[in-house]
Design a protein around this ligand. Structure first.
Ligand code: GAR
Length: 193
């Protein structure tokens, strides 16, 4: 987590119901002082913060993050507003079960500014994409997508806010389905049975 953690909050709320089928075992951030970590603490979920600057080299951060996460033995890792690329050690350990959320319809507008880039391009429809992380930037196999219309009156914030409302619902529905039913990935095609 790097941001305010509204996606995290939606997951924490969903997990309060046993029938949901998933549980958040821990929440980590790459920055201290995020509201996301506070939200996790309030929900009684263990937290950790590993900042790149605490480590001599990025490779050391990668190794440390991998170890901390491994100790929680997660079935699925959700990057929700995590604005750093995970490293090669993390990918080697957890590849295929790291899901990220991006506020645009991939493969359009990858990177840090999905809503801004969609507005600047003038698209009439954008949305959000859940995908399994690969080596690229927002390029991995797509798990789920949802569309959001762009309004004449939109600015970056209003558009991102409407995307986030749809994104939270999609994330909750998809994480629940993955946890309850499992998934397969063949090439780029992700199937939830
Ligand atoms: C979400 O819209 C997520 O898709 C985006 O950051 C927001 C975090 O919101 N992530 C990226 O842009 C990654 N490239 P939140 O902190 O309220 O969950």
């Amino acid at each position: 987590m790097s941001g305010t953690g509204t996606n995290l909050q939606a997951l924490l709320d969903a997990c309060a119901d046993d029938a949901y089928g998933a549980r958040v075992v821990a929440v980590g951030a790459d920055r201290s002082g995020t509201f996301a970590i506070e939200r996790a603490g309030l929900a009684g979920v263990p937290t950790f913060v590993l900042e790149v600057k605490q480590y001599g080299q990025r490779a050391d951060w990668d190794a440390a993050l991998t170890q901390v996460v491994a100790d929680y033995t997660p079935d699925l890792i959700v990057l929700a507003g995590f604005m750093k690329l995970v490293g090669p050690v993390f990918m080697a350990r957890f590849g295929g079960r790291i899901m990220n959320t991006h506020p645009a319809l991939s493969p359009s507008f990858p990177g840090m500014h999905g809503p801004r880039d969609a507005l600047a391009y003038g698209v009439k429809v954008t949305g959000c994409t859940l995908f399994f992380v690969d080596q690229g930037i927002d390029t991995g196999p797509i798990v789920a997508q949802a569309a959001v219309p762009v309004l004449e009156t939109d600015d970056e914030n209003s558009l991102h806010d409407r995307i986030k409302a749809v994104e939270r619902r999609l994330l909750v529905d998809t994480v629940g389905a993955l946890a309850r039913d499992g998934w397969t990935v063949i090439g780029r095609k992700v199937t939830i049975p």
